[in-house]
Design a binder for this molecule. Structure first.
Ligand code: ZN
Length: 432
């Protein structure tokens, strides 16, 4: 590569310039499909290499790939956030980590590795939670890429970036590129907060709810996961009292497995295994290095295109399904008018006049498009039910048995809040 640069007479600006010779084939001249705003040549290279600041959220399976791809394609000011430490089971796919790194911060080790491997790239790590940072922090970036395995964290960053958009200030709109994988499946999407559909808009597309309603677990299990949840959520505390369950302790998992298996046989449900038990209680999502590589690469290509305008970017959802041959599909996921994050309208909910507050809470917990745990409810000027603090819970507890129709008029509004919900959800109630 260095030789090629020398032939072209471009080697003067330093050795590291030669590293990007092949990338520059894209940036040096417009092509038939480049965006009209594309400024070929030095200006775009200067932006990518000296001005563009990109944030990577997650330094795990996807994050390692994303960091390497970004550094190798010319991003030079990269920040990375991850709250996890390196586990031995990460080493098969999180290739920036070695045996000696086990127990250390993923963000710190990944940053160090990339900087050693790609001179001239600065990676600034933060070992902690995304929720530790405020708007001012997120405002400094041009782009955000997520490689997360947590729905909750995604919802939080999505809501934060949507709320940050100030129509008076175009700089406040930060494109969010989100990648996710599960086994042989994955998706990559481009979210332009307030412009395109957001993460919350598509919540109902997730395969399985992350929490099962307690009444299903207790009374009407249908899935092996329901039996495992029954063992861990209800039977463990009943039998063991205050003794804390340790999901890393094989004896504890074995106990849960036996209890869940017994329950499954009782209800004629198949599929409870030791590894599924471990997967459910530790919330393990199967991960394959190659699927991560495909999805991370797609995300980074989109980041490169958005940062440089060198080609049209994804609009807006790419799905990869590798469970039955290879199938991929790209479509425009549409905004939901009643999206609680980016839509302006409140969510209509139809209730029977006889339904109690307790019933409403159960319905909210079960709804796939809302996904809320332990919601608190209020209506303008009135507390309906609060999960915390304890005094308020006690004071509002009698309302659980009351009919919603006694507390809120037809067409009235209920505000739903929860610690897991990074925004207030507004419901418009109608009675049948
Ligand atoms: Zn939305």
């Amino acid at each position: 590569m260095a030789a090629a640069v020398a032939i072209n007479g471009n080697a003067s600006s330093g050795d590291w310039e030669g590293r990007y010779y092949h990338v520059d084939q894209i940036l040096d001249r417009p092509g038939p499909r480049t965006d009209p705003s594309f400024l070929a040549g030095d200006e775009v290279k200067d932006f990518l290499r000296n001005k563009c600041k990109i944030l990577v959220i997650g330094a795990g399976g996807l994050g390692c790939e994303i960091l390497a791809n970004l550094a190798l394609s010319g991003f030079k000011d990269i920040h990375v956030i991850d709250m996890d430490t390196i586990d031995i089971s990460n080493l098969n796919r999180q290739f920036l980590f070695r045996q000696k790194d086990v127990g250390h911060s993923k963000a710190n080790v990944a940053a160090e590795f990339i900087m050693n491997r790609v001179p001239g790239v600065k990676v600034t790590p933060y070992f902690g939670k995304i929720q530790d940072k405020d708007e001012d922090y997120y405002l400094q970036f041009n782009l955000v890429i997520c490689g997360l395995d947590s729905v909750e964290a995604r919802r939080w960053i999505n809501a934060t970036l949507v709320n940050m958009v100030d129509p008076e200030n175009p700089e406040s709109l930060k494109p969010l590129i989100d990648g996710g994988t599960e086994g042989f499946k994955g998706q990559a999407r481009v979210i332009l907060p307030t412009v395109t559909s957001c993460y919350e808009c598509s919540l109902d597309m997730l395969n399985k709810p992350t929490a099962f309603p307690i009444c299903t677990i207790a009374n009407t299990p249908r899935l092996p996961e329901h039996c495992i949840e029954w063992a861990s959520v209800l039977e463990w505390p009943r039998v063991h009292g205050d003794k804390k369950m340790d999901t890393d302790n094989p004896e504890h998992i074995q106990w849960l497995y036996q209890i869940a298996l017994h329950r499954a046989q009782e209800f004629k449900i198949e599929g409870v295994t030791y590894s599924l038990t471990q997967g459910v209680v530790k919330n393990i999502i199967p991960a394959i290095a190659s699927t991560n590589a495909i999805i991370a690469a797609s995300c980074c290509n989109e980041a490169f295109k958005i940062a440089t305008s060198s080609a049209a970017y994804l609009n807006n959802y790419f799905m990869l399904i590798g469970t039955d041959g290879v199938y991929s599909y790209t479509f425009e996921h549409e905004k939901r008018d009643d999206c609680p994050v980016c839509g302006g309208e409140s969510l209509d909910i139809t209730l029977s006049k006889d339904w109690t507050v307790e019933r409403l809470i159960e319905i909210l917990v079960e709804r796939q498009d809302i996904q809320v745990k332990k919601p608190s409810l209020s209506s303008p000027g009135k507390q309906i039910y609060f999960q915390a603090p304890p005094q308020l819970e006690e004071a509002t507890r009698p309302n659980l048995e009351k009919k919603v129709s006694e507390l809120v008029a037809d067409g009235g509004e209920i505000t739903v809040t929860a610690t897991t919900l990074p925004f207030n959800l507004s419901l418009r109630v109608k009675y049948t």
